[in-house]
Design a protein around this ligand. Structure first.
Ligand code: ADP
Ligand code: MG
Length: 596
């Protein structure tokens, strides 16, 4: 399907400007034809001295002036429309991408998505303002010149214009080639920005593994492919002007041969023939521009196809029509026969028949080996993904029947990787609570044990923390994330290994902050610390996506051979600080020595 009509649909709100631009183009076309028209009287009457010069001189200057004004205003207005259209598309695209489910982001790289928003949208801008402007303006000018040619000698004009398709056909073929190469070139550019983003954001790991040469080699290879593809585009594009000129030369020779016969037989005056040739010559600029129009349109088509492909991707997590807001949690949350696979229709189920109830105000600890599906399970609650089978109910209401906004408003999340924005501390804490006052922000920071370190920073709460909070320590970042969740004050809380990346000193503070955060909330906790798990109202043990045990710490520990007892034995939780620390070696879990 041709994406251009849809693309130009975006200019509909700017119809008024478009009409003005077209009026300017009509003036341009008429004035251009006027210039060619004036040649005839100048040669036949002014040069032999039959007419006075100034009258015609003013006419020529006036025609050029009108032509210039028409060109200026049409270009200005078309650029304006193009920039507006592009702004609208870019905004829509950004919003649409953000609305996608977590699965969408899992399947694409950020480099790819960024390239759509920047490069592809830029190409579309060029198409809308320059190319469409050229197409209309030069198209109208051509009509003007053709009209004049018919007026002067319709037979000669017919011959000239019927031979035009011979010129146009190779241009169309070349255009198709350019379109294919351009699409490939954009894809190479996406790959390049993907490598760049990955290497720069992961610069520490790159350095730690001395992988600079490896990354540079990857970049070199991608660069080279981009160069090869771009060269192909350019070589195709460069073929056009010489082809055009050659064909033009052939046409001129034919015209002069025929014209000299018409003048000899007295059908045309010299002035009329010169005017005809002049009009035909003046067609060169519009034709040259129009020949580029096709390739530019092809490039724009490739770019807009890629944009529309994203815009047409429906988020897998969608709000049902007529979804109602979820009222604040009162009774509890229930997992009812939940199964889940990341691939749509895939056979690899990460969760199978997971069922357990959680009463409001309870703390549920999820335990299980790495890869058991704990993170996947909690990601289903705010609908980052939708369940494949079964349902999650909040107060008996399927979470797929309520608005996403009201659902997510009730859920606070703190994960192992804290996500902070390049903004001030205060704004990071108030992220998601835009109306919060300074004292509310400070209260949250206090409870999260973040206030102490914030006031030691040079600008306190107004300190900017750098991209992803790079200027803070892991524990400080974590406490900011907790303060953010505290301020949001949502009834449901998800803590996914919120302390696992911390050293023991900052962990102590973070633990206290988390305890404050969990107070009076329904919490899902994935923790590697026994103290947290022990205190939980209920422990759900997962094994390869199945719930294998549910109960309290003492109950589960009393089951010999149970999964929880095994996890406990394997020391997959840290030991209680108040208990004597006995190493895994001493407990015989990890055997040492050559005989073992
Ligand atoms: N985005 C994803 N796409 C496909 N598979 C995934 C994705 N995230 C996790 N998985 C798979 O799901 C399983 C469970 O992962 P996860 O829920 O993160 O486990 P846990 O948090 O218990 O360590 C793992 O086998 C993992 O490979
Ligand atoms: Mg996990």
């Amino acid at each position: 399907m041709n994406p251009l009509p849809r693309l130009f649909g975006y200019s509909r709100p700017y119809r008024g400007r478009l009409a003005a631009a077209i009026a300017a183009m009509l003036i341009y076309a008429a004035a251009s034809a006027g210039v060619a028209y004036l040649i005839t009287p100048i040669i036949d009457r002014v040069l032999p001295g039959a007419d006075s010069l100034p009258y015609w001189a003013w006419a020529v200057i006036g025609a050029y002036l009108l032509k210039g004004l028409g060109a200026y205003f049409s270009a200005y207005l078309m650029t304006d429309i193009g920039q507006r259209v592009v702004r609208d598309i870019r905004n829509q695209l950004f919003r649409h991408i953000l609305d996608q489910s977590a699965g969408f982001f899992g399947r694409r790289t950020s480099g790819q998505l960024m390239s759509r928003i920047t490069n592809d949208v830029n190409q579309v801008q060029q198409a809308v303002s320059e190319t469409v402007g050229d197409l209309l303006r030069e198209g109208l000018a051509l009509v003007g010149f053709a009209g004049l040619m018919f007026y002067r000698d319709y037979r000669l004009a017919l011959v000239c214009l019927t031979s035009a398709p011979i010129v146009v056909y190779p241009l169309i073929r070349l255009g198709q080639r350019v379109r294919r190469s351009t699409r490939r070139s954009q894809e190479e550019l996406e790959r390049l920005s993907h490598i760049t983003v990955e290497a720069f954001t992961g610069h520490r790991i790159v350095k730690a593994f001395s992988a600079e040469a490896h990354e540079a080699a990857r970049f070199d290879a991608a660069s080279h492919r981009l160069y090869r593809t771009n060269l192909k585009v350019t070589s195709t594009l460069s073929l056009l002007p010489p082809i055009m000129e050659l064909l033009g030369g052939v046409a001129i020779v034919g015209l002069i041969w025929y014209g000299s016969q018409r003048i000899a037989s007295g059908v045309l005056t010299q002035g009329e023939f010169t005017g005809f040739i002049f009009a035909a010559f003046m067609m060169y600029t519009p034709i040259k521009k129009l020949s580029r129009v096709n390739t530019n349109l092809q490039q724009a088509m490739a770019a807009s196809e890629r944009i529309f492909e994203i815009l047409d991707t429906q988020s897998e997590v969608m709000e049902r029509p007529g979804a109602q807001p979820l009222s604040p949690l009162r009774h509890g949350i229930e997992f009812r026969g939940v199964s889940f696979a990341y691939e749509d229709g895939g056979a690899k189920y990460i969760l199978r028949d997971v069922s357990f109830p959680v009463r409001a105000g309870q703390v549920v600890a999820l335990v299980g080996l790495s890869g058991a599906g704990k993170t996947t399970l909690v990601n289903l609650i705010p609908r980052f993904y939708d369940v494949t089978g079964g349902a999650i109910l909040i107060d008996g209401v399927d979470i797929r029947d309520v608005t996403l906004r009201s659902l997510r408003a009730q859920i606070g999340i703190v994960t192992q990787e804290t996500v902070l924005f390049d903004d001030t501390i205060a704004n990071n804490i108030a992220y998601g609570s835009p109306g919060a006052s300074q004292s509310e922000i400070e209260a949250a920071a206090n409870t999260a044990h973040a206030h102490e370190f914030i006031v030691t920073l040079p600008e306190g709460y107004a300190t900017r923390i750098g991209e992803r909070g790079q200027r803070l320590s892991g524990g400080q970042r974590q406490r900011l994330a907790i303060a953010r969740a505290l301020l949001k004050n949502s009834p449901v809380l998800i803590l996914d290994e919120a302390t696992s990346s911390l050293d023991s000193q900052s962990e102590q503070l973070v633990q206290e902050a988390l305890a404050n955060l969990m107070r009076n909330r329904t919490a899902f906790v994935i923790a590697h610390r026994l103290s947290t798990v022990r205190r939980a109202d209920s422990i759900v043990a997962l094994d390869r996506g199945r719930v294998v045990e549910i109960g309290r710490h003492d109950e589960l520990l009393a089951r010999p051979g149970g999964v929880y007892a095994k996890l406990y034995d394997l020391q997959l939780f840290d030991r209680e600080p108040e208990h004597p620390v006995e190493s895994a070696f001493e407990r015989g879990v990890v055997k040492t020595g050559p005989s073992a």
